[in-house]
Design a protein. Sequence first.
Length: 313
Amino acid sequence: MPIEDRFLDRLPAALRDRVRCGVPLRDLTTLRVGGPAAVVCPADNPEQARRFHEAALHAGWPLFALGGGSNVLADDAGYRGVVLHLTGCDCTVRGDTITVSAGLGLDDLVARSLGEGLAGLAFASGIPGTVGGALAGNAGCYGHEIGEFVREAVVLTRDGDVRRIGPRECGFRYRGTALRDEGAILLEAVLQVPAGDLAAAAAERALHLADRLAKHPVTEPSAGSWFRNLEPAVPGERRRAAGELLDQVGAKAMREGDAAVFAKHANIIVNLGRAGSGDVRRLAARMQAAVRERFGVDLAPEVRDLGPGAPLT
Ligand SMILES: Cc1cc2nc3c(=O)[nH]c(=O)nc-3n(C[C@H](O)[C@H](O)[C@H](O)COP(=O)(O)OP(=O)(O)OC[C@H]3O[C@@H](n4cnc5c(N)ncnc54)[C@H](O)[C@@H]3O)c2cc1C
């Protein structure tokens, strides 16, 4: 039996109807690169996610959790496996506690929390993608990270169990979590957000949104910063921006096919039109090599490379 059928056979009819085959990943990622995924499964709630996951295990297929696709590079060959697209976007606010589904846009969460009188998330204004993607990678900027606010998370483990865990088990660190290392999928989160000074938070939000418009690509597709910032030389000090080093090696002039380094930010790769995954990987490798040669530093990618999934048999 073909693997697609083995996967679909395991699903109840209502879920089978949700599955989309052969969806180009360029349509689901902000860099606009990537060929067809074998199957894309939109999950609006934890039970749907669990059923899709179980069917993937049964078919022996790899599974990749996708949120807003703002931090991934998909392959031109597509993805031979299951793309679990977290699309649930419920959000309930009680006092300073927010319960939110993984698929809600992070910036929508920021706007909603400010509307409810909670100031603490203003720092995250304008970060693209979903709550799930942000938590999985502990997204952050302007001195804060989303993990600081997490009190509980509902996750789907690699073995297919749905569990409620605390922040310690999530293992938040700079742009990473134990959650992601273990292949767990975030389904829901409970955040505690301080009320703070609302007028100051609204002003902070406006400032960050304007800053992003000025410094980040707006019309050109991108996936945000390509490389992680450097570990501080002394613990507790600030990380050195990878973009600083890339600027000094002339990265802004680098281009491979339609993949180019953004003119205003040496750590961002943009798609000028028809860039393929090969162009992007070649460009990233050149950027990395130039920094290694000049500074003896190995830049580590922040963007997740989906790869082609299961090998063709
Ligand atoms: C213009 C621009 C600016 C950006 N600025 C910032 C910034 O200031 N700070 C910052 O931290 N990032 C920034 N980013 C990167 C990106 O927006 C964040 O990493 C974002 O949190 C990714 O969320 P997503 O939903 O798009 O994740 P995706 O791109 O869909 O996925 C990214 C990774 O998270 C995993 N993932 C997604 N959802 C889940 C889930 N529910 N459970 C488990 N794993 C999951 C995926 O498997 C993948 O490994 C920027 C990106 C762009 C394009």
